[in-house]
Design a protein around this ligand. Structure first.
Ligand SMILES: *Cc1c(COP(=O)(O)O)cnc(C)c1O
Length: 228
């Protein structure tokens, strides 16, 4: 199947899942995840109107940034090392994977040098998986409070990578837990943080994620096919 057909099916499913949760298609942002995908195929997707792209490695993101131009909103969705922040600070729209105060401080410093502010999400390891990045849910509020004191970092929400499961329904519990955490923090009305985004759901489970309140979903395989 080609990318246009894949996108069409995904669009229909997002719309249906959004309606189930009392929302509209336009309330949800679709990120095309382009890791390992070549520029020609990425262009097919951006020509179809998907202008928000996610990469999980810094080097790959900066290479593609140079080739595809700044017309695209780039999102860093993979683990970010402190010493690589400087390479992406003026190239990305949103960093989804902040998992320490040290990393947030480095982002603050580098954004300050460029006279900008960087939007970030905190990554939560919602199922306490050894193989996954992110902080524990019970550490989230404390990290939010610390980050709220940074001038050049704007905390905008939470992100998670749910467990890999055959049956997406099995992740409903985790997505719902994420939503509760998100709402708890949002309702504290902490100065300088604006809880707008809940980034969760991938090819296997995005419909359930949207039903449970996701408003950014990150899809690779579903658009481009299997990665090699
Ligand atoms: C690869 C990746 C995705 C997309 O995964 P698919 O299953 O191909 O849709 C989403 N989020 C993160 C953080 C990823 O690394």
């Amino acid at each position: 199947m080609d990318i246009a057909e894949n996108l069409k099916i995904i669009e229909q499913k997002i719309t249906a899942a959004a309606e189930k949760s009392g929302r509209k298609r336009e309330d949800i942002l679709l990120l095309g995840v382009t890791k390992t995908i070549d520029v020609e195929r990425i262009k097919q997707l951006t020509d179809l109107g998907v202008k928000n792209l996610g990469e999980n490695r810094v080097q790959e993101l900066t290479d593609k940034y140079d080739k595809l131009g700044s017309d695209i909103n780039w999102h860093l969705i993979g683990h970010l090392q402190t010493n690589k922040v400087k390479y992406i600070i003026d190239k990305v729209k949103l960093i989804h994977s902040v998992d320490s105060f040290k990393l947030a401080c480095e982002i603050d410093k580098r954004a300050g040098e460029k006279n900008t502010a960087m939007d970030i999400l905190i990554e939560i390891n919602i199922a306490a998986e050894q193989s996954k990045n992110g902080i524990k849910p019970e550490e989230a509020l404390d990290l939010c409070l610390k980050i709220s004191k940074l001038k050049n970092v704007k905390l905008k929400g939470l992100m998670t990578v749910a467990p890999f499961v055959e049956n997406a329904q099995k992740n409903r519990f985790y997505f719902s837990k994420m939503r509760k955490l998100f709402i708890d923090i949002r309702d504290k009305n902490i100065d300088n943080i604006d809880m707008l985004y809940l980034s969760m759901g991938m090819t296997n489970d995005y419909e359930v994620a949207v039903e449970e309140g996701a408003n950014i979903i990150r899809i690779g395989t579903g658009l481009f096919g299997k990665r090699y």
